[in-house]
Design a protein around this ligand. Sequence first.
Ligand SMILES: C[S@@+](CC[C@H](N)C(=O)[O-])C[C@H]1O[C@@H](n2cnc3c(N)ncnc32)[C@H](O)[C@@H]1O
Length: 338
Amino acid sequence: MANYQRERLPKRKYENYDEDSSSSTQQIRHERHAIPNKSLKSSKDATPSRFVADHYNSKVEVGVERRRESTIIFLRSFNNWIKSVLIGKYVTRDGHALDMGCGKGGDLLKWNKANIKSLVGLDIAEVSIEDARKRWSDMKGRRFDAMFNVMDCFSSNISDVIPRDTVFDIVSMQFCLHYSFETEEKARITLNNVTSNLKSGGIFIGTVPDANWIVKKLKSLPKDQLKFENSIYSIRFEQKDNYPPFGHKYWFYLKDAINDCPEYLVHFPTFQKLASQYGLELVYKKRFHDLYNEVKEEPHYRELLYSMRVIDKRNEEEMSDDEWEATGMYIGFAFRKK
Ligand SMILES: C[S@@+](CC[C@H](N)C(=O)[O-])C[C@H]1O[C@@H](n2cnc3c(N)ncnc32)[C@H](O)[C@@H]1O
């Protein structure tokens, strides 16, 4: 078992893919532009989005007990703990929240604990939205109002599904922003949806794979190899000659969770620069392992490590080295709207 209670920092620094001066950042357009009308409707060329939606639709909601039997239970718990930390740090009491790519409502308990007043949950997967709605209406001790809608958040405009005068205090995008980096237009529509109803001073939080970590791994492979993996995940690229800022596709597999789905690298400096065009200022960015080391000794979050079963106190079990490696692939972030 991995002893991740000790400091676990990367032994060597990753290469400079993450630097702001990369050609990737320079290739984005430098103006905030109006969304073309065609993109306000469902995208005609929605094949990759549809593929992703069908993948998540096909995942059966198995309930808490079955989830506990999963081989990646500690990884799931750890990811949930990270999301709780982000929500705990940035959500204010009685806030109005938007969860874009909310899935089956896996964060509903976290929103309840944060004492929000209302939640709008959006996702492209119809079945997931039905599950989320049911989970919310069955929730014991529920303290917030909620509405859930099916929406392609990367191709349609949020004003199609919510009243224009809605104001959010917080927007959350957990483990889903990377799908929007298929094209610059989708990334822009996404950021427009994040910010158009977010109040000034409001916060945008999220989690996303760290392209720097992934590219470092890819570049360390022998010349003709495009795939790396461990016993629970694999990442397979189609090429490693070009590093475009958008549409740099790879196929992701995660045991018991994601069955070879197309994802896109999010070059963080590109994302940050684009976000600044939508009035968003970066206030927090940490790799999961660093975030863990930063807050794990704070009594509240330490207690949560046990209550959320990231560490199973009774059986003295914790995640395997392979799960730990996989969690190291992600970044947690927060932006503030000016
Ligand atoms: C890894 S799941 C994360 C779900 C949830 N945020 C969580 O943390 O449990 C990614 C989610 O993004 C959603 N998604 C992917 N593309 C989307 C799009 N274009 N619009 C809205 N949601 C999308 C998927 O349907 C899926 O529910």
